[in-house]
Write a new protein. Structure first.
Length: 72
């Protein structure tokens, strides 16, 4: 019985938390049009394994990528 109450409490808390997130209105943080001339090159964003020696230049925009992961 104790396990049933804990499970019910867990799922009730989870559902209330998820419903609170779904009702939160997000505001746009982009306040003006994006100007491509104002872009900035980020320093230190390449892994040490990627060097200019292995850079093969720009790739075809239609090329399908596989095995790509991004972490923010």
């Amino acid at each position: 019985m104790h396990c049933l109450i804990r499970s019910f409490t867990f799922f009730l808390t989870l559902s209330l938390s998820l419903s609170a997130f779904s009702q939160t209105k997000t505001s746009s943080r982009i306040t003006r049009a994006i100007d491509e001339r104002e872009t900035v090159l980020l320093q230190g964003n390449l892994r040490p394994q990627v060097r200019a020696a292995v850079d093969q230049g720009r790739m075809n925009g239609g090329q399908r990528l596989q095995g790509v992961s991004m972490v923010f």
